[in-house]
Design a protein around this ligand. Structure first.
Ligand code: FES
Length: 122
């Protein structure tokens, strides 16, 4: 049986961990634009592909979130990737097939897939 003091310590340690995760400085953030035009262009399968690929590879510290309008309808589906300490990368006209490459090359190996980025389209 653990003493109250021990339990307190465990609780504090756990809280510390949770807080660390909250202001995560280390995590990669993948943000999928899910405004109406994004969804119409196929953002939903792209979002699912990211979640699947990330869980298949058991990647820790990568979160996938959605946002509304990113502002460039004609290039939807648009995905932004935030790697701490680096500039944001915007991928355009995303498809589930492209997602697999972005995860393998950018998220796992740290190499931006230049030909899918907004810079290569404009
Ligand atoms: S409505 Fe299409 S990008 Fe905002």
């Amino acid at each position: 049986m653990k003493s109250i003091k021990e339990l307190e310590e465990i609780r504090n340690r756990t809280l510390e961990k949770v807080n660390l995760r909250k202001d995560r400085q280390t995590g990669i953030r993948v943000v999928v634009g899910m405004a109406t035009c994004g969804i119409a262009a196929g953002a939903r399968p792209v979002l699912h592909a990211f979640m699947e690929e990330i869980s298949k590879r058991k990647l820790q510290d990568v979160i996938v979130t959605q946002t509304g309008c990113i502002g460039v309808c004609r290039l939807e589906p648009i995905v932004e990737v935030f790697v701490p300490g680096e500039e944001k990368v915007t991928y355009v006209e995303m498809t589930p097939e492209k997602v697999a490459r972005v995860v393998a090359e950018h998220i796992v190996n740290g190499r931006v897939v230049k030909e899918f980025t907004i810079g290569s389209y404009e």
